[in-house]
Design a protein around this ligand. Structure first.
Ligand code: ZN
Length: 262
C-alpha cells in the first residue's frame, strides 16, 4: 500500500548526511543514469528467474524518488562526482546481464569498486526522510565514513545485495527486522529497484533464509580497489522479501517506508 511521505522539507536545514545547516538540494534515488527497465523486460525476467507469470503491474517510475535533504557538498562533490559513477556502473552492468538473455548463468561477476558503491548507497539511503540527521542509528560513524574515503566501513554495519528482477521500487530506513524464534531484532535499511536490492543491517540479522551477497570481504579495502563482485541469478529472494512477514519474521516500519511503484 502506498504511503504518503513528506519528501520536501525546508529549503534550508541540516543535511541528512553531514548535519551541516544550510541550503538543501534534491537527491535522486536511484541516482540519474541508472537503467530503467521496460515492462516487457521485467515480465520476461520475472518468469525466467522466479517462475511467476504475472508479476505485479507497476507504473514506470521515470525519476525514482526525490528528497530535498542534502547539502550541495554531499550531493554534488561526494555523491555525484566521487561515488555515484561506481554505483551506476554496478547497477547498469547487472542490468545489462539481466536484459539480454535467453538463458542466464547461475552466477555472474561484476567488476566494481565496493567502497565507492557502498558510500553511494549509504548517501542515498541517508537522504530519505526530511530532517533525519541524528534520528537514525549511528549517524556520526556513517557521516565520518562517507566524508573520509580512507575509513573502513563501520564495524557493526553489514551491507548485503542480491539480484532483484522486479519493477517495484521499495525503500525505507530505520525499520526493525524481528526474528520470531530467537526473539532477536535488528535495525535495517532497505533499497530495492531493478535490477538490484540492497540491505543495510546493524548487527548480524538472524534467520536470513536466502542466499544473498555481502560487501563484507571488502570492508577495509581502498576506495579505488576494484573487486569481482558475484551476483547469483537463481534462487533469488522473493519479490517482497524481507519486508513481507513470514512464519519466522516480521518487520516494524518507520514512517518513511515507501513503495514507489506497484
Ligand atoms: Zn552534507
Amino acid at each position: 500500500m502506498p504511503i504518503l511521505v513528506n519528501t520536501y522539507g525546508p529549503k534550508i536545514g541540516a543535511c541528512n548526511i553531514c548535519g551541516v545547516h544550510g541550503p538543501l538540494t534534491d537527491d535522486h534515488t536511484p541516482p540519474k543514469g541508472c537503467y530503467r527497465p521496460t515492462q516487457v523486460e521485467i515480465r520476461h525476467l520475472t518468469f525466467l528467474l522466479s517462475g511467476v507469470e504475472n508479476p505485479p503491474r507497476g507504473r514506470r517510475s521515470q525519476n525514482g524518488v526525490k528528497y530535498r535533504t542534502l547539502c550541495a557538498q554531499c550531493n554534488t562533490d561526494f555523491l555525484g562526482l566521487r561515488y555515484d559513477p561506481s554505483f551506476i556502473e554496478f547497477v547498469n552492468e547487472a542490468a545489462r546481464h539481466l536484459r539480454s538473455p535467453l538463458s542466464l548463468p547461475e552466477t555472474i561477476v561484476i567488476r566494481g569498486r565496493p567502497q565507492a558503491i557502498v558510500r553511494s548507497l549509504l548517501g542515498h539511503m541517508s537522504a530519505q526522510g526530511v530532517d533525519r540527521y541524528l534520528k537514525g542509528p549511528l549517524t556520526e560513524p556513517l557521516r565520518d565514513y562517507f566524508l573520509d574515503e580512507t575509513k573502513p566501513l563501520p564495524a557493526d554495519i553489514k551491507v548485503f545485495y542480491w539480484a532483484y528482477p522486479h519493477r517495484v521500487h521499495v525503500m525505507f530506513r530505520d525499520a526493525a527486522y524481528a526474528h520470531l524464534p530467537s526473539g532477536k531484532n535488528c535495525m535495517i535499511w532497505l533499497l530495492k529497484f531493478f535490477p538490484l536490492a540492497f540491505l543495510l543491517a546493524w548487527d548480524e540479522p538472524v534467520g536470513l533464509n536466502h542466499t544473498i551477497h555481502s560487501f563484507e570481504p571488502w570492508r577495509d579495502v581502498a576506495i579505488d580497489h576494484v573487486a569481482d563482485l558475484p551476483l547469483n541469478l537463481y534462487g533469488v529472494p522473493p519479490l517482497f522479501w524481507p519486508e513481507a512477514p513470514t512464519r519466522e519474521s516480521i518487520l516494524m516500519y518507520g514512517q518513511e517506508a515507501i513503495h514507489v511503484a506497484g
